[in-house]
Write a protein that binds this ligand. Structure first.
Ligand SMILES: Nc1ncnc2c1ncn2[C@@H]1O[C@H](COP(=O)(O)OP(=O)(O)O)[C@@H](O)[C@H]1O
Ligand SMILES: [Mg+2]
Length: 327
């Protein structure tokens, strides 16, 4: 199932409850695809990165080569927010008059703390990496943050629309302020603005900002459309055969379905062996009853079981051995 998806799609997302093995399974799939000759980029979107830990090297925000055909990067949320605000600030400073610099600065400071800013910034980075990945790589593997965070990220256009709308609204307030400063009565009626374009510098600016923001909005709409294209992108839910991860997987499945994202498969990781003594055999039975809790939709997904490993999964060799099990 995993090799199939890695062969047939251009981008795969791995998601699930914290600690179930998202990073391990994403890296294993990425390595298997790289071995098969695909040029693969693995992207960690989880602020609690453990990609570098797994590969036993520091990764970070730049794309680094992990081995032949395999590259990795970790999204740094703080740095991404700063970059995002710097870009927004540059745009605002370039279009706002000198006397509103203080307003812009205050807007940016508020934005830093505003709900949604983090996600907007991470989304923007995901959008960039997806575009770059589709251009320069055969496959992009996203190792995502625990379910709730990722499901929200997938509910894209709404978050972005309100972000852009907020900017437009704030900008309108600034516009009124500017008008007041200049003692002008500024008519914000759109039709009027378009008609009188080219005559009033305020109107010129208004249209410029609007264009920039709308371009931004359309970028996120493109991202949403890509994420919803099942021939390009698929989501793999990773779980353990335990009650809580199984229940959370059902929730994640529903959220992804609502967001219109194709779910291509389910991985049940860390399955206890039946033939390694009474203790683990007992665990295995318990796991079977946890798996019974799966919804019919989860049960209907193509699935793969991966065994509980006796040792720690770390380093290319160990990942490679795990990848052998996918064949
Ligand atoms: N099949 C497995 N058998 C044993 N340990 C595993 C297995 N899969 C993952 N692990 C270990 O479990 C821990 C969590 O895995 P990780 O992939 O980091 O989860 P997540 O990314 O979902 O938080 C890591 O220490 C990893 O080495
Ligand atoms: Mg992880």
């Amino acid at each position: 199932m995993l090799l199939n998806l890695a062969q047939s799609r251009r981008a795969l997302f791995f998601g699930g409850k914290g600690g179930v093995g998202k990073t391990s399974v994403a890296s294993t799939t990425a390595l298997a695809a790289a071995r098969a000759g695909r040029r693969v980029l693995i992207v960690s979107t989880d602020p609690a990165h453990n990609l570098g830990h797994l590969w036993q090297r520091s990764i970070g925000a730049d794309i680094v080569e992990l081995r032949e055909n395999l590259y990795g990067t970790e999204i740094d949320p703080e740095a991404t927010v700063e970059e995002h605000l710097a870009a927004v600030g540059e745009t605002l400073y370039s279009v706002m008059p000198e006397n509103l610099r203080g307003e812009v600065k205050r807007h940016l400071e508020l934005s830093r703390q505003a709900p949604g800013t983090h996600e907007a910034a991470i989304l923007e980075r995901i959008a960039d990496l997806l575009v770059l990945g589709l251009r320069d790589f055969d496959l992009v593997v996203f190792d995502t943050a625990p379910s709730g965070h990722t499901a929200r990220l997938m509910a894209l256009p709404e978050i972005m629309n309100s972000w852009v709308e907020g900017l437009l609204r704030n900008r309108q307030k600034s516009e009124k302020f500017a008008a007041a400063v200049r003692g002008l009565e500024h008519d914000t009626n759109r039709d009027h603005l378009v008609e009188t374009r080219g005559q009033d510098p305020l109107i010129e600016r208004d249209l410029r900002i609007r264009r920039i923001l709308l371009r931004r909005q359309s970028r996120f709409e493109t991202l949403r459309d890509t994420l919803r294209d099942a021939s390009l992108v698929s989501f793999v839910i990773v779980t353990n055969a335990e009650r809580m991860p199984v229940l959370e997987s059902a929730q994640l499945y529903d959220q992804l379905k609502t967001a219109g994202v194709n779910v291509g498969g389910l991985v049940v990781n860390r399955r206890s062996p039946a033939d390694a003594g009474e203790f683990l055999a007992g665990r295995r039975e318990l796991e079977a009853s946890a798996l019974e809790l799966m919804t019919s939709e989860l049960k209907a997904l193509p699935s793969t079981e991966l065994p509980l490993l006796p040792g720690e999964l770390m380093g290319e060799q160990a990942i490679g051995k795990f990848a052998d099990l996918l064949a």
